[in-house]
Write a protein that binds this ligand. Structure first.
Ligand SMILES: NC(=O)CC[C@H](N)C(=O)O
Length: 327
């Protein structure tokens, strides 16, 4: 295989969970100073299949017309079309728990911040450090780095970590992470979210946002071909600002299914779908896309600041309540 830039600093999970990679063209030269190895070597070391010289515009047009389809990559040239079709039918994304295969297996602390060289938000973040439990449904490292840069002390826990254990750890806030697949296929995770919300401030990102939507009594649905890319416009209905965001999801929360009191805070401007929620009565906030980007625009980084402010507000209020109870 030819050469394409791979930056190991940019890895977003402890291992590459890719099933296969399809690209239009593979660069024959390496020109970026951060390149550590070729794409071909990176995939080969991990036993991941890759294919290039594919007319990806044709695939895009087909998906635009028919919606998401399951594809098959095979090195066995003898397979008939019927056999390939059979292989594609044997796998489905709907109703399958994909998070248990990618979540970590044991709790661990996270300390890495965004590398100072890449830190774009230099405003002072002194003061109190908040303790955050981060549920790993397939968490991207940059979510953890952004939280650490905002001064959080973080423990990452597996997707099956009991809510009771999380509450015993007395966090200031809980983060429900991004993660692959159908949110309605992981009822155990929805139950965990239900047991936590209302007791501790919560922030959901992508899969975490969808699980919060379900836990609050809403419904999710599979979109025709989802949102994938680094340039999706979203309107923040609270500030009126439009942000350009990185998105990668196939499911969405149905805004009309949400109970009273749950607010849609962000809307995807391409199709009007729900891009963010808040339930102020329980100190919950969530967004359907990636405020951590990596790669992508940084417009939505303020969401981490808002989570810190939410934890701060709840902590100050509980101190005031505790002080008042002595009077
Ligand atoms: N990035 C994500 O967390 C993906 C969310 C969800 N599992 C979906 O595909 O819709």
């Amino acid at each position: 295989m030819g050469i394409l830039h791979v930056y190991t600093d940019d890895q977003e999970s402890r291992q590459c969970f890719l099933a296969g990679l399809v690209v239009r063209s593979l660069s024959i030269s390496t020109s970026n100073w951060r390149c550590a190895e070729t794409l071909g070597d990176y995939l080969a070391e991990r036993n991941i299949m890759g294919i290039y010289d594919i007319d990806t515009r044709v695939i895009t047009r087909r998906l635009r017309q028919d919606g998401s389809l399951i594809g098959v990559l095979s090195t066995e040239r003898t397979k008939t079309d019927e056999e390939l079709l059979e292989m594609s039918r044997s796998w489905d994304i709907v109703g399958v728990d994909l998070i248990s295969g990618v979540s970590c297996k044991a709790p661990h602390d996270w300390v890495d911040k965004t590398n100072t060289e890449w830190e774009f938000n230099s405003s002072k973040r002194g003061g109190e450090a908040f303790r955050v439990i981060a549920y790993d449904f397939g968490i991207k490292h940059n979510i953890l780095k952004r939280l650490a840069s905002y001064g959080c002390k973080i423990t990452v826990v597996p997707s099956t970590w009991p809510a009771s254990e999380t509450l015993k750890m007395k966090p200031d806030g809980v983060l429900f992470s991004n993660g692959p697949g159908d949110p309605s296929a992981v009822p155990y995770a929805v139950e965990t979210v239900k047991e936590i919300i209302g007791k501790v401030p919560a922030f959901g990102i992508c899969m975490g946002h969808q699980l919060l939507g379900l836990a609050l009594g809403g419904k999710t649905f599979k979109m025709k071909f989802g949102h994938h890319g680094g340039n999706h416009p979203v309107r923040n209905l609270c500030s009126g600002h439009v942000e350009i965001s990185a998105q990668n999801h196939n499911y969405a929360v149905d805004s009309s299914s949400l109970p009273e009191g749950v607010e849609v805070t962000h809307v995807n401007l391409n199709d009007g779908s729900c891009a963010g929620l808040a339930y102020p009565a329980q100190n919950i906030m969530s967004i359907q896309y990636h405020p951590e980007a990596s790669p992508g625009p940084h417009d939505s980084d303020y969401a981490f600041r808002e989570f810190i402010q939410l934890m701060k507000k709840v902590k100050v209020n509980s101190r005031v309540m505790a002080a008042l109870s002595f009077i």
